[in-house]
Ligand binder design. Structure first.
Ligand code: F6R
Length: 258
């Protein structure tokens, strides 16, 4: 696990933008796993500014609310098109976002897994982290080897995401999410987190035990996971100075950024 600490959310988003740009330069047919949320929005703003060539890129989003049509203001379909895809030359057929209106949810989830495999697997999975440690919508106690499936949202996640809905009763209780096993199959994982409200859970994920009570902690087992943080999100890491030292002293060829 490589921990990269940068001064501000903007600097952190620029770093991740640069890592993605390098991947698309090296592999124009890259398969990206994508996240949504406020942190991801920062990143997509940065990616849009870079005017990258998305014409051969394939994407798979982590999750979607069940029961929301794609045009719903809080749906992740809408989020992705508004914040990223519309501003790129990506082909619609190469975009995959779980369908929250799928009739047979179980077979839909199995098909999503098959589609990822048929695309050659995910080269780089972008992740955010919830205040309870969720990645995608794999809430605490999710199986660490789970695949794409239906999950029930934790009350805290519904509360955290209430701002996107008018009325707390309108927040769906269920979602489709890639599993933790699905995420761990990605060739690279890159978790971006900013802000003080993520500091506690991040210290557990990076420096605590691997546990389904903090699903992001599974990234400790990933061979190439990078955690990019701003100072506020890193503020409870006990070994922050050590991560900075390692980052500053990497061999040039091994550097993710700059
Ligand atoms: C959503 C997703 C979630 C978010 C997480 C952080 O697609 O994957 O795990 O990344 O809830 O969201 P923000 O950035 O809004 O705090």
């Amino acid at each position: 696990m490589e921990v990269i600490i940068l001064a501000t959310p903007k600097a952190a988003a620029i770093a991740v933008g640069q890592i993605i740009q390098r991947l698309l330069d090296e592999k124009p047919r890259a398969v990206l796993g994508l996240a949504t949320g406020d942190t991801a929005r920062l990143l997509y703003r940065e990616l849009v500014k870079r005017h990258l060539d998305w014409s051969r890129v394939t994407t798979f989003n982590l999750d979607e609310y069940i029961g929301l049509p794609p045009y719903h203001p809080a749906s992740y379909h809408r989020f992705m098109w508004e914040n990223l895809f519309t501003h790129t030359n990506i082909k619609k057929k190469n975009v995959h976002i779980p369908d929250g209106l799928a009739k047979d949810l179980q077979s839909y989830c199995t098909r999503y897994e098959t589609q990822i495999r048929q695309a050659g697997g995910i080269d780089l999975q972008v992740l955010g982290i919830g205040r309870n440690g969720h990645i995608g919508f794999n809430e605490p106690t999710s199986s660490l080897s789970s695949r794409t499936r239906v999950k029930t949202l934790a009350p805290q996640t519904r509360k955290d995401n209430a701002r996107h809905f008018d009325g707390k009763d309108r927040i769906p209780r269920h979602v489709i999410t890639m599993g933790i096993g699905t995420i761990m199959d990605a060739r690279r994982c890159l978790l971006l987190a900013c802000g003080k409200n993520k500091a506690r859970i991040l210290s557990g994920a990076v420096e605590g035990p691997i546990t389904s009570m903090n699903p992001a902690s599974i990234l400790q087992l990933h061979p190439t996971a990078r955690i990019v943080l701003d100072e506020a999100a890193a503020s409870r890491l006990k070994r922050a100075d050590y991560y900075r030292w390692v980052f500053q002293n990497k061999p040039t060829w091994q550097k993710a950024y700059p």
